[in-house]
Design a protein around this ligand. Structure first.
Ligand SMILES: [Zn+2]
Length: 542
C-alpha cells in the first residue's frame, strides 16, 4: 500500500501508444480522477472487489519484483525497530506469500510495472539503487540496507509531492490567499500538421517531408483556471518567454474575472532549465513581487524522475482528441480542444484554450541588468535547490533579517530577496540565507508592462520554404485535395500576415497600493510566509 500511495504514478507509457492503439484500453487506464481522499483510497485498496471500490491503476517505474521484496524486508525491519510489529515478531512473510499477494492482490487490481520508460527516469537514485540490488555476491542483509536507503529516497520525493498537494488544496479552497499554478508542455515531437486520416499510412511521396509541429502547454491554476495554449513550433519561441507569457495571461484572466489575484503565487514546474528553471522566469516572479502585484512568489520543483503530476495526466487526456481527429492548423486544434473539453466534466474552473505567441520578456527583464545564477544547473555531484521563494524585505522573518550581512542589512522595504532550500519538504529553518535579487531602486530602469514587444515569428529558411511548398502542392493534388492544409503550409513558408493578438495586461499596468502583507502568525514549517493549514496530511498504516 505504501508503494501505491507514494511511489507509483498514474501514468502509463503514453508515448508508446500508436495511432492504431486500442483506444478503449487506453481510455480505461487513463481516467483522470480529481482527488480522492486518502481514507477512501485506503478503503478501496484493502476493501472488497466491489465495482465502486475500484482504484485507478498506477505504474511503478520499470523494475523487478525482487527489488520490491527487499524494500518490503527493509520496511519490516523498520517496523520492528519502532516496536510496531512487536506482537507479530516471529512472522516475516515468505517470498512465496509476498509473491502471491503481489500477483493476486496488487498486480491484478492496481499496481503494475511499466514495461519500459520513455519518461525521465530517476537516474540519480532509483537507477543507482536498482543497479546495486541487481549485482551478485551481496549478502541479504546488505541488500536490505540498500533497500532501506532506496525507501528513504522514495519517502522524500513523496513528502515533496505532499507539499504540492496541500498547497493545491489551499489554492482550490480559495480561502488562504494562495494561488498554485502547475505548468508543463507536451512533447513537441508528437503533433505534426496537417494531420488527416489518409496520412495514417504515410504515402511514399510524403515520407521524406517533415511536417511542421506544434507545442501544447497546459497551465492548471488550481481552483481558478484551466488553460491550454497551443503554438506552432516552427515560428514561435518557447522556453522562458512562453512561461512568462502563460503566467501573465493566467494572472490577467483571474484579475479580469474576479477583480483580484491571490496574494501568494506558488509555481510548480518541470525540472528543466529550458522551461522554467532559469534566471528570466525567476526574475519575472521577483519583478511581480517588487511591483506589489503579488506579495510573494515561490517556484518549486519535484525531484527529477518523480515529477509526473496532475498536469501530465491532464495533457494525456487531450491525446485521444488529437489522435482521433484531422486538423490543418493551430486554429483547428484549438477548436477541437475547446469542443472536447467543454464536454468533459468540469470542476467549475474557467477553461481557456487559445494560441499563444509570447512577448519578449527576456529583453524587458534585461533592463534590470540582473542575472540569477549558480542555483539552476547541477555541477558534478553538487545538487541544486528545488524550492525558491521571492519576497520583500518587509516580509522577511526575524530569523531571515538576522541572517542579512553587510550592506544588505539596510535598504528599501520593497527590495526583493530570494530564499532557497534544497527540497520542497525541508523545513524553512534549513533554508539558505536570503539573497538580495532585486533592489527596488532598479525598478526605475524598466519600462511599463505594455511596452513589452511580441516576439517576432521566426523566419523559415529558403530551403525549408521550398520543402513546405512542395508538400503544399502534393496536398492540393490527388488523392488529398486539401486546399486548407496547403494554405497553412504556404503561410508558414511565406512567414508573413501573422495576426498575433496583443493582449491587454491591465493587471500588470496598475500600480497597486502596497500594503504590508498579512503574514500568518505561525507560518507552515516548510514556508514561513504561507498559512499553516498547508501542512501536509500524514497517515500511518498498520
Ligand atoms: Zn528516484
Amino acid at each position: 500500500m505504501e508503494f501505491y500511495m507514494c511511489a507509483a504514478e498514474q501514468l502509463p507509457e503514453v508515448e508508446a501508444q500508436t495511432e492504431e492503439a486500442d483506444e478503449g484500453a487506453f481510455q480505461q487506464t487513463f481516467r483522470w480522477s480529481v482527488e480522492v481522499t486518502a481514507p477512501e483510497r485506503i478503503a478501496a485498496l484493502v476493501g472488497g472487489q466491489m465495482e465502486d471500490y475500484r482504484v485507478p491503476i498506477r505504474y511503478l517505474p520499470p523494475g523487478k519484483l525482487v527489488d520490491l521484496w527487499y524494500q518490503f524486508l527493509s520496511w519490516v525491519e523498520t517496523q520492528r525497530k519502532q516496536g510496531a510489529a512487536a506482537e507479530g515478531e516471529a512472522a516475516i512473510p515468505s517470498w512465496a506469500t509476498f509473491y502471491r499477494c503481489w500477483t493476486e492482490l496488487f498486480h491484478k487490481r492496481c499496481l503494475r510495472f511499466r514495461e519500459k520508460s520513455q519518461h525521465a527516469e530517476c537516474d540519480d537514485s532509483c537507477f543507482r539503487f536498482r543497479q546495486q540490488l541487481g549485482r551478485g555476491g551481496i549478502s541479504a542483509a546488505d541488500r536490505v540496507q540498500i533497500a532501506s536507503r532506496w525507501r528513504a529516497h522514495l519517502t522524500q520525493q513523496w513528502m515533496d509531492r505532499s507539499i504540492y498537494w496541500s498547497l493545491r488544496f489551499a489554492s482550490r479552497s480559495r480561502d488562504f490567499g494562495v494561488l498554485v499554478v502547475i505548468a508543463d508542455s507536451m512533447d513537441k515531437t508528437k503533433w505534426c500538421y496537417p494531420k488527416y486520416h489518409q496520412m495514417h499510412r504515410l504515402p511514399h511521396e510524403l515520407e521524406n517531408f517533415s511536417r511542421p509541429r506544434m507545442v501544447l502547454t497546459a497551465v492548471l491554476a488550481h481552483g481558478w483556471r484551466t488553460s491550454v495554449y497551443v503554438s506552432d513550433d516552427e515560428t514561435v519561441n518557447h522556453g522562458a518567454n512562453m512561461v512568462c507569457e502563460v503566467l501573465s495571461r493566467t494572472l490577467q484572466s483571474i484579475f479580469e474575472e474576479k477583480g483580484l489575484v491571490p496574494q501568494h503565487l506558488c509555481l510548480q514546474c518541470d525540472n528543466t532549465v529550458a522551461f522554467s528553471k532559469n534566471s528570466d522566469t525567476h526574475l519575472w516572479v521577483a519583478y511581480a513581487v517588487a511591483r506589489g502585484l503579488i506579495a510573494s512568489g515561490s517556484v518549486n520543483y519535484l525531484t527529477k524522475g518523480h515529477t509526473h503530476e496532475d498536469v501530465d495526466g491532464f495533457l494525456s487526456e487531450l491525446l485521444p482528441t488529437l489522435r482521433r481527429n484531422c486538423f490543418n492548423s493551430v486554429a483547428d486544434v484549438i477548436a477541437l480542444l475547446r469542443e472536447d473539453l467543454a464536454k468533459k466534466e468540469s470542476s467549475g474552473e474557467t477553461l481557456i484554450v487559445e494560441e499563444a505567441v509570447p512577448r519578449n520578456y527576456s529583453s524587458f527583464l534585461e533592463q534590470l541588468r540582473i542575472k540569477i545564477y549558480n542555483c539552476f544547473m547541477p555541477r558534478g555531484d553538487t545538487s541544486v535547490p528545488h524550492s525558491f521563494t521571492y519576497k520583500r524585505r518587509s516580509d522577511l522573518s526575524s530569523k531571515e533579517v538576522g541572517q542579512l550581512t553587510g550592506t544588505n542589512r539596510e535598504g528599501h522595504a520593497r527590495d526583493v530577496f530570494g530564499i532557497c532550500k534544497s527540497r520542497m519538504s525541508d523545513p524553512a529553518r534549513d533554508s539558505f540565507k536570503p539573497v538580495l535579487v532585486l533592489p527596488f531602486a532598479f525598478m526605475d530602469w524598466v519600462g511599463t508592462y505594455d511596452s513589452i514587444p511580441i516576439m517576432p515569428r521566426k523566419v523559415v529558411s529558403p530551403e525549408r520554404a521550398k520543402a513546405l511548398e512542395r508538400l503544399a502542392m502534393i496536398l492540393e493534388g490527388n488523392p488529398y485535395h486539401n486546399a486548407e492544409g496547403a494554405a497553412t503550409l504556404r503561410k508558414l513558408a511565406a512567414c508573413k500576415d501573422w495576426e498575433d493578438e496583443v493582449k491587454n495586461f491591465s493587471f500588470f499596468m496598475q500600480d497597486p497600493e502596497v500594503v504590508p502583507t498579512v503574514l500568518p502568525t505561525h507560518g507552515s514549517e516548510e514556508f514561513s510566509h504561507l498559512p499553516k493549514v498547508c501542512r501536509p496530511m500524514l497517515a500511518k498504516f498498520g
